[in-house]
Design a protein around this ligand. Structure first.
Ligand SMILES: *Cc1c(COP(=O)(O)O)cnc(C)c1O
Length: 489
């Protein structure tokens, strides 16, 4: 299996090289030359596998340079850090809605599923291609990737990590999680700007030959832990198969029966992984792409025009406060019939004019696969309250975006296909917003609110969140967007 750039530049590379590099040299994203595919029989066999074995089985065809046992060892280590015995348990709520809880990892967001594994994949990839350089991982985060990457890479030999997050654009808990990060090899910098500014700044550093040369002279190579990295994307495919196997095992679905998959989306990585699972043989019918009030994707799915000309909004689902959705480029590549020239042209237009139009054919292909919608802040509050009252189940604001959009979609289309909904964060990561949605007294301060939420719902605040209050703040650097490169040098 070789990987090529969505923009057609350079020659194909191995999985190891794609993981070590992150982004293709022409600024494109690495995509497989062809999708590996499982037969129905092979998928039936997933029913008897535990999560590490299932994940290793799904990863194997993407990473032919890795032995199955090697992958199994890595998955076993990565997923032993999850608090749930099933790693990614599925919880049924009313209306044939199945919540795939992806947030039982050490930082309480779905990013852990990939970022607990990525350090193992990166270390082994460097060994396999005899890459002796030190790796500097650059991360732009809307809140969750940063902490999950820090947690994954802290203390790892041969790797340093720098995380940029938008000052004022993350939740209180997200900020404290990052600012209190220990580990000699970690750095956290707040940027005066929004997430798009931080992500664009990081991409610019990646494509700056002067920075590359300056770092190379010191034996340092850049890589990415954002979902543009193939090593982030592939581990996310596995949990859609796991959820499906779970629903078949419990008799909810017959083997081969179709499900819909609804994903709260920002950078389009998680929903792209669901689409990749379908390409690999998962019986999925429609994907429902759920946005918050930064609704650029919802408009795109409706019109085929991606248009950045709109205000950037800060919401209670900050990990989705994104207008420039990186991984959409991999979807565009498929929608264009794998025509890299078409993708390259749209990306040039996006940079020059802030918009592109994929035309009627590609739009038809997109609409056959995917529906889009968006939830206002009021919709989010309403979904949190409704699911709590009707199902006694607590969801975070990102998951609430997904539920609100799924419910809208069903009301509009009458498509009642059983749906898997990606629950991407613990409600305690965004406790203040969740408590406000439930209504009632709002004590002062985020930690008092977390305690009130736990009290109200007879749950407990996860220990690693509760203890943040006592931890020492270790990272206080703030910089302008223009200074990001200097922070690296
Ligand atoms: C990152 C994140 C998302 C968005 O995921 P993408 O892969 O960027 O679309 C949604 N919810 C939470 C809690 C996240 O951390």
């Amino acid at each position: 299996m070789q990987y090529m750039s969505t923009r057609g530049g350079g020659s194909p590379v191995s999985a190891e090289q794609a993981i070590v590099r992150g982004l293709a040299p022409d600024g494109g994203l690495y995509v497989p030359e062809a999708f590996p595919r499982f037969s129905a029989d092979e998928i039936s066999r997933f029913l008897s596998l535990d999560y590490p074995a299932l994940a290793a089985t799904v990863l194997a065809p993407w990473l032919p340079g890795f032995a199955y046992d090697e992958l199994l060892g890595m998955c076993g280590r990565a997923y032993s850090r999850f608090a749930a015995p099933d790693v990614v348990p599925v919880h049924a709520i009313g209306g044939e809605r199945y919540i795939l809880e992806l947030y039982h990892g050490p930082t309480h967001a779905f990013k852990d599923v990939a970022l607990q594994l990525l350090p193992h994949l990166l270390r082994a990839s460097k060994e396999k291609i005899s890459d002796q350089s030190e790796t500097l991982i650059l991360v732009a985060t809307s809140g969750d990737t940063g902490k999950a990457a820090l947690e994954g890479f802290a203390g790892q030999d041969g790797v340093r990590i720098t995380v940029f997050y938008p000052e004022g654009g993350v939740s209180e808990v997200q900020k404290l999680q990052m600012a209190t990060q220990e580990g000699e090899n970690t750095r956290v910098v707040a940027v005066r700007g929004n997430f798009d500014d931080a992500q664009t700044g990081v991409k610019r550093i990646f494509s700056d030959p002067e920075i590359e040369a300056a770092l190379a002279a010191r034996g340092i190579c850049l890589s990415s832990a954002n979902s543009i990295n193939l090593g982030r994307l592939v581990p996310q495919i596995a949990y859609y198969f796991a959820a499906y196997a779970d629903l078949v095992r419990r008799g909810t679905l017959l083997m081969g029966e179709k499900v819909n998959i609804c994903v709260p989306t920002g950078n389009f990585g998680n929903i792209l992984a669901a689409y990749y699972a379908r390409e690999m043989g998962l019986p999925a019918d429609k994907f429902i792409c759920a946005s918050n009030s930064n609704n650029v994707l919802a408009d795109f799915i409706q019109t085929g025009v991606y248009d950045l000309d709109r205000d950037f909004r800060l919401t209670t689902s900050p990990s989705m406060d994104i207008l420039l959705s990186s991984n959409l480029e991999r979807m565009l590549f498929e929608l264009a019939g794998r025509d890299a020239q078409a993708v390259a042209k749209w990306m040039v237009e996006l940079k020059a004019d802030g918009r592109y139009d994929i035309g009627a054919d590609a739009l038809n292909r997109l609409n056959a696969l995917m529906a889009g919608g968006w939830a206002s802040e009021e919709d989010v509050q309403d979904a949190i309250r409704r699911v709590w009252e009707e199902d006694q189940y607590l969801i975070d604001p990102h998951t609430a975006v997904a539920i609100a959009v799924l419910d809208q979609y069903r009301a509009k289309t009458h498509d009642q296909t059983p749906a898997i909904i990606a629950a991407t964060a613990s409600p305690y990561k965004f406790g203040g917003a969740v408590l406000a949605a439930l209504g009632g007294d709002m004590p002062d301060g985020e930690f008092a609110r977390l305690a009130a939420l736990a009290d109200r719902t007879r749950q407990s605040v996860p220990e690693s969140i509760r203890s943040l209050k006592e931890k020492e703040i270790l990272h206080t650097t703030v910089c302008d967007i223009a200074e990001m490169a200097n922070q690296i040098i």
